[in-house]
Write a protein that binds this ligand. Sequence first.
Ligand code: UFG
Length: 342
Amino acid sequence: MAKETVLVSGGAGYIGTHTTVALVEAGYDVVVIDNFSNSEPSAIEGVEKILGRKITFEEVDTCDKEALRKVFERYDFSTIIHFAAYKAVGESVSEPLKYYQNNLVSYMNILELMKEFKRPNVLFSSSATVYGNAEVLPVTEQTPRQPATSPYGNTKQIAEDILRDCCNAYENFYGIALRYFNPVGSHPSALIGELPRGVPNNLVPFITQTAAGIRECLAVFGNDYDTPDGTCLRDFIDVVDLAKAHVAAVNRMVSGKMKEKYEIFNVGTGTPLSVLELITRFEKANNLKLNYKIAARRQGDVPAVWADTTLANNELGWKAERDIDDTLRAAWAWEKHVRGIK
Ligand code: UFG
């Protein structure tokens, strides 16, 4: 039987590289596209080293519809995983048009071409940000979304709604939105990982850069929340587990096992960890001390959010498996690899 091919947009990015590896390991062919706007060609080399072979790659900006059209003309795939997007929450507040333009125009191009070329399956990267500050925890897929507090979050909500409407309206058009919680860690080979440009916004890259001596001190944003130790609670999901959730979702789409034309799944561990707990686990797992201090709350942070993963467990047959200590060792191994630290 011929292998199914999956188009991976933003495939040179953090989650895109890990998912590409997982797809190929699961027996899929991939066509990876990226414009390297927030990634490096070395990411593709890392993927190829892990896999021990070349992958099909095209340098394409998904906002350039004619360039994208050529990809649709050249390759026969039934499924796209659409990762390509900007993701810095703070920047989206100061540069909303940049976010709406890039994240929604690229997405519309993809959806229009999927329809035009009769390619049925769209897997969209959504986010737990859609739940906002939820009243009841953990959140299920039925937990009401809250009005977005950033243009970035708004692009996720709008994109979910566009996908739902397309699935309702068009024959042979199917969508899955995966709502990621907090992706962390790296492939155990340390050949791929997150490559933030400038000062990292996210916790784990800031931790690893502090451990590497690139940042002097990690600021813990607030210890006066109504949580057990006063710091925020998050659901930190290993990126390798997250990648496997994509494979499970693609399997479901291509084997015709979807129960609705548009489905949503939470992708998390189901277990919350506080910011301070994560720091302590990082220190222990890697046998080092981090320089950190308590600082003021960061505007827009929710006190706590974690996933009810029952639906993904039962329907996708997927479950987070990686141990958080292994995850934090992998995160540090990757930082050391990038910095050339022994
Ligand atoms: N934090 C710190 N210091 C830092 C960075 C983060 O204390 O230097 C804290 C934050 O205050 C928060 C926690 O660590 O309590 C996690 O922060 P991240 O920035 O790593 O992640 P967020 O939970 O804010 O955001 C992530 C993704 C978003 C997504 C959101 C959904 O980065 O893309 O989850 O909940 F929208």
